[in-house]
Design a protein around this ligand. Structure first.
Ligand code: SF4
Ligand code: SF4
Length: 98
């Protein structure tokens, strides 16, 4: 029997890994817009390769992040990549530890 913990079980084992105890670290990552979800144009930037990405401000966070609550202000229309970023995943834990 393997001692490895499946990634999806990490947040159950460590209840501290929740978005409510995190300052939205993953919202500092580059988010490419690969599908149309209705993100308002003021939050979109075209990068030097011609791809649409979420605009980030000088503090490093996505422009759509509410700086007071650390919650997504466009949650209903957030990009696909944000929808698929899983709390408790390896990537999430890496960002939290950063
Ligand atoms: S998904 Fe992970 S990194 Fe992103 S806000 Fe939630 S706990 Fe933080
Ligand atoms: S769109 Fe919302 S969830 Fe995605 S990076 Fe920006 S603030 Fe975070």
């Amino acid at each position: 029997m393997s001692d490895l913990i499946p990634i999806e079980d990490i947040s159950e084992i460590n209840p501290d890994v929740t978005c409510s105890t995190c300052r939205a670290n993953c919202c500092k990552l580059e988010v490419m817009l690969i599908t149309e979800t209705g993100v308002p144009p003021r939050y979109i930037k075209t990068d030097k390769w011609g791809s649409e990405v979420m605009l980030r401000l000088d503090d490093g966070w996505c422009a759509a992040l509410d700086r007071d609550t650390h919650m997504c202000s466009i949650y209903e229309v957030r990009p696909l990549i944000c929808r698929e970023f899983e709390m408790g995943s390896f990537e999430c834990i890496e960002e939290r530890n950063d």
